[in-house]
Design a protein. Structure first.
Length: 165
């Protein structure tokens, strides 16, 4: 990726996340029945579940309007992230925006085309069960956590604050 212009690298990362997420979702959708579960380890399963809501199935039973609501939010956020990535940014900030953008577009496509998001990763341990999720969700959460951490840490080293042009 070093031969690409710096800004193109961040868009490419978002595209790779989007493509990986959509590939995994399509594979699960085409090869496993809805409700399928396969134990991989004592704490991790591959599953095939649908989420018509947002994180933790928020508003999943709202009657259908939430599909368009969450799609509009994802598209608006994606447009804002594309705009942010066009500006001079620190590397970590550009990375966080790229992760969130790739994930937001992955889940937005699901909502637009399928009407729900396909989730396939399932963690559980000693009676505790995390709601199923996907690559897009991991990218969004990872990007958001990194963005919060970046905002909490003041960077004093001028080489660390080098701006991408």
């Amino acid at each position: 990726m070093n031969h690409l212009p710096r800004k193109a690298q961040w868009y490419l990362l978002a595209i790779v996340i989007f493509a990986g997420d959509q590939t995994a979702k399509s594979y699960i959708d085409m090869t496993t029945p809805l409700g399928w579960s396969h134990e991989v380890t004592s704490f991790f399963n591959l599953v095939h579940v649908l989420n018509p809501g947002a994180a933790f199935s928020f508003l999943a039973g709202a009657g259908g309007w939430q599909r368009w609501f969450f799609l509009a939010i994802a598209l608006a956020a994606s447009a804002w992230l594309v705009w942010q990535l066009s500006r001079p940014l620190q590397k970590l900030e550009a990375l966080t925006y790229s992760l969130i953008l790739g994930g937001a577009l992955g889940n937005a496509l699901d909502r637009a085309v399928r009407g729900h998001v396909i989730d396939y990763l399932d963690l559980h341990l000693r009676g505790w069960h995390w709601p199923a999720f996907n690559i897009a969700d991991m990218a969004i959460v990872g990007g958001a956590i990194a963005l919060v951490l970046q905002s909490l840490v003041s960077v004093e080293n001028t080489t660390a604050t080098k701006v991408i042009k």
